[in-house]
Design a protein. Structure first.
Ligand code: ZN
Length: 63
């Protein structure tokens, strides 16, 4: 099972598709319970308050 320290990169923020502002990650995991493929990462735009949910897939866990 790939884990937290195998090259997984989850951005702390992404660019909002709607307004071009920053969407900050609002989903966090404890160190002893890292995300796995299929988990959802949520972002909230600080400008337009849109929420974006991204689903992690296996490619996100490649080294
Ligand atoms: Zn926005």
């Amino acid at each position: 099972m790939p884990g937290w320290h195998t090259g997984l990169v989850i951005a702390d923020r992404i660019v909002c598709v709607d307004c071009g502002g920053w969407c900050h990650r609002i989903t966090h995991w404890p160190e002893d319970d890292p995300p796995v493929p299929g988990d959802t990462v949520a972002y909230r735009c600080s400008d337009c308050s849109d929420r974006w949910d991204l689903v992690l897939d296996a490619e996100d866990f490649d080294d």
